[in-house]
Ligand binder design. Structure first.
Ligand SMILES: [Zn+2]
Ligand SMILES: [Zn+2]
Length: 393
């Protein structure tokens, strides 16, 4: 079990590891693991796993071992910082999962030749503008396919909220519409194709897991390989009083009458929304592989309790979580990074060609809003540099 010492900065102890919380400013704490701890978490003390690790190419090991010195000048990886008591690690103590405990987890699911597709089911409207929405969904799909490099990612035909037959309510504090996660998971369970590694439902409508809860970002059943999550709270305005999804206080819903969802507000598609959606989707799908919340380094698999904390997470894995995914799928690390970089850069190089094509076919083309991915783009280039692949780009 964990214990946080009341004064804050002394040892934070678990049965597995010991790390030190250091106040780096008045409100922020940095989780600093020793090099030995990080080494064991990545490589493992078990001989077979250490041998497996030695099969990585020299450059791959160099990249993974960048994680042993987080926060050093020029380092690719950073330590986890805690900014408040409501941050995930403070609010939800969990046992840290190193590579070895991931590898030995008898319940984790691995894709195989007959179950190697990630299915995405959209639920409800994703925006007013049809073509732009379709484009946005396609960006998400392509991003996930690069992230889980080697698996294919497919959309199931979109469904309305009514089609799922789910319960719904108006939140009594924020006055927005919410749908019940358990009903959606049941619906997804019936829709899961035979070749699915997992199925994830995504929606722009806010979610709740049970009456007594205010809301939930998402919910998953790992044993069933399915999950559902919402992007509603990734709207920049969600927490403001002027949020366009707020209904009048006197508004009454009637169970079974889904007409309230017709034309209901959905967030505008911006670069930030795209970034947040890519991050949430890959985090949630990462859980489907049995990857638990990361407590080692700054990582997309860190738990998040609120929007500010999700925004702080990087877009990609730390070396320990990367090894977990690599072993589950079997990709070459450089190939995956190249695919992600290509996704971030492809629109810029293709815009002129596509504009010409669009003019001929009178099809609207929306440039991919990748401004918010700028830091990630630079980061990927540095990773590929270490992997010796920069010249091939
Ligand atoms: Zn999570
Ligand atoms: Zn991690």
């Amino acid at each position: 079990m964990y214990g946080v010492f009341p004064g804050g900065f002394l040892p934070f102890i678990s049965t597995y590891t010991l790390f030190v919380l250091v106040w780096s400013s008045e409100h922020m704490k940095v989780i600093q693991h020793s090099v030995e701890t990080l080494q064991t978490a990545l490589v493992s003390n078990r001989q077979d796993l250490a041998k497996l690790y030695s099969k990585y190419a020299k450059e791959e090991r160099r990249l993974l071992e960048e994680g042993f010195h987080p926060g050093h000048p020029g380092s690719l990886f950073q330590p986890i910082t805690l900014h408040s008591d409501s941050d995930w690690i403070n609010a939800h103590p969990e046992e840290p999962q190193d590579f070895q405990s991931f590898y030995r987890d008898p319940y984790r699911k691995t894709p195989n030749a007959s179950q190697n597709t990630i299915y995405i089911q959209t639920i409800g409207s994703f925006g007013e503008a049809g073509p732009q929405t379709d484009q946005y969904m396609e960006w998400l799909r392509e991003y996930c396919q690069a992230f889980f490099y080697g698996l294919s990612v497919k959309f199931l035909p979109a469904v309305t909220v009514a089609k799922t037959g789910c319960s719904f309510r108006v939140n009594s504090n924020s006055h927005n519409l919410q749908i019940l996660t358990g009903d959606l998971l049941r619906f997804l369970g019936n829709k899961k194709p035979k070749d699915a590694f997992c199925i994830v439902g995504i929606t722009m409508i806010d979610l709740y897991p049970k009456d007594s809860w205010n809301f939930v970002f998402g919910q998953a059943s790992l044993s069933m390989g399915m999950g559902v999550f919402s992007f509603a709270r990734y709207d920049d305005n969600f927490y403001s009083r002027s949020y366009a999804g707020r209904l009048k206080k006197s508004f009454k819903t009637k169970q079974g009458d889904y007409s309230v969802f017709d034309g209901y507000y959905t967030p505008p598609i911006t670069s930030t929304l795209l970034l947040r959606s890519c991050k949430t989707m890959t985090h949630e799908i990462g859980h489907m592989f049995g990857i638990k919340h990361c407590q080692w380094l700054n990582c997309v698999m860190q738990g998040s309790n609120h929007l500010e904390e999700s925004d702080r997470r990087p877009l990609d894995f730390c070396p320990i979580c990367l090894r977990k995914l690599q072993v589950a799928i079997g990709f070459k690390i450089a190939e995956r990074y190249k695919a992600l970089l290509h996704w971030m850069e492809e629109d810029q190089s293709q815009t002129s060609e596509q504009e010409e094509a669009s003019a001929c076919q009178s099809v609207l083309h929306f440039p991919k809003p990748t401004e918010a991915f700028h830091t990630s783009r630079l980061w990927l280039r540095r990773c590929l540099d270490i992997l010796g692949k920069k010249d091939e780009l």
